[in-house]
Design a protein around this ligand. Sequence first.
Ligand code: SF4
Ligand code: SF4
Length: 183
Amino acid sequence: MLTSPEFICARCHALGQGCCLAPEGPERMFGLTAGEIAAIAAASGLEPGEFLVADRATPDFLAFLAALNPVFPRTMPGGRRLRLRLTPDHACRFLGPEGCRLPLQARPIYCRIYPFSLNPHGRLMVLRNPQCLAQQDARSWREVLKRLGMDEAGVRTLFARLEELAAEHQRHPPSLAPRTDPA
Ligand code: SF4
Ligand code: SF4
């Protein structure tokens, strides 16, 4: 059986599930930093307003993220969140029939580390998701990493980059008029 990362994630998307959907709406979506927004704009040729929504993260979600790793709420200073726009069927606007249409280097860091994170003590952890095909029947987190073509060092490097981007975002948050539509 094929187990390449592309195959697993493409199969996940074909099943109508996966980490690029927000079936319950945007409430628990992560925020983007200014650096990530600039990278997406450069790669897609779109203006930030075409792929972003500015809204506010709920206190409950911010508390959840702070427990996961304090870097995540730092991407949403004061709860002000810049998140990816959703389609009417609650998919990320960059999700295509064969997966993400953005080049890997331009994808948000939370997308690139998923389904992994570092806990507040710096330990690698898996964000449990029974729908994630890479996790199904995996015997260890190392197996999940391998199935997705990832390694621990790569996750740590991306996390370190997110720390830098979040600090820069807090110093110079981009301006984008808040929207009230749910997309
Ligand atoms: S940017 Fe790409 S990888 Fe991230 S949620 Fe959207 S489609 Fe998925
Ligand atoms: S990382 Fe997991 S949940 Fe996301 S598309 Fe791949 S298999 Fe599905």
